[in-house]
Design a protein around this ligand. Sequence first.
Ligand code: SF4
Length: 385
Amino acid sequence: MDELLNSLVETGLRGGTPTRNEALAVLRTSDDDLLDVVAAAGKVRRRWFGRRVKLNYLVNLKSGLCPEDCSYCSQRLGSRADILKYTWLKPEEAADAAAAGVRGGAKRVCVVASGRGPTDGDVARVSRTIEAIKERTGGVEVCACLGLLSDGQAEQLRAAGADAYNHNLNTAEATYGDICTTHTYDDRVATVKEARTAGLSPCSGLIAGMGESDEDLVDVVFSLRELDVDSVPVNFLLPFEGTPLADQWNLTPQRVLRILAMVRFVCPDVEVRLAAGREVHLRSLQPLALHMVNSIFLGDYLTSEGQAGKADLEMIADAGFEVEDAETTTMPAHRNGSSGAAPEEPAAAVADGSGAGSDSGAAERSHARVAVRRRGAGTELPPNA
Ligand code: SF4
């Protein structure tokens, strides 16, 4: 174990890539070794991001009624999840919600809309929304998440002031067809590349807990590394009642921590964001995750409730971390085009699928229900920020 962790830390400190076997071994470590794994990933996290935690705030511009069939999603075609459903927020309504997040400490606002992808009219509407948010908040970072992009749309969003674009790969290429049949993995990769080409900071991540194998998880994280995205949101499935994955309670807090460690080792100098599912699946172990991720969402998620924003801030302070302020550059210097030392190129990876560590056994099943968001954007109630 010491040899594995020493190798992972040495590689991560210079920004290199571990082998696939090492990444798999992290997922298969035993509970006895869990704190050593967290501590090793913490060394890599602190090398690139110190003890800073970047707060992101979600504004769901348009909720539910999507024609796509992503099986994990409460907004999908045929979903019977009892979520908020509404059409486009007005720019000023979105700016109100964004301002609440910024007052709560958010450094980036993520504007999201359900759907396969935006029409040109939708992009024009979101552009007005981005401009309203920037004006209201004094220029907070804005990330747009609108689905698959058509030609020229990324450029229009960039021109409107968007800083980043999110489009998750979600799972491994080989098994993508198991979670969605209405678009492909390649469609998603193409949109991430279009965003980068337009000058938007690419943000793309995954969802764990959908019944995938260790190899699938390693595959998708290596794909994200190869795409060289700037930020990687790591979601843990929220099995909404009324969706096909409602009975997929596969995660334990220990498993979640191992997955986050693996992502940090494979993407050492990238913003790793603990996203949906942290409260439900990590429960009392949430603060340990801060040693590996450098970014979380503040307050509620798109369609589900999060921990109170105030509790997020208290957790960060209690764990000895600090909220990243607007003047601090999130990314290491070499990822911002300045003269900082660049990490080495990804090492050739060996993929024979064998794991060195032990598996802690079957996940304890929790059948807690997912709490649906009832406040904030699209409601009369103040947001949780
Ligand atoms: S395209 Fe987006 S909103 Fe629609 S079902 Fe898939 S994840 Fe949900």
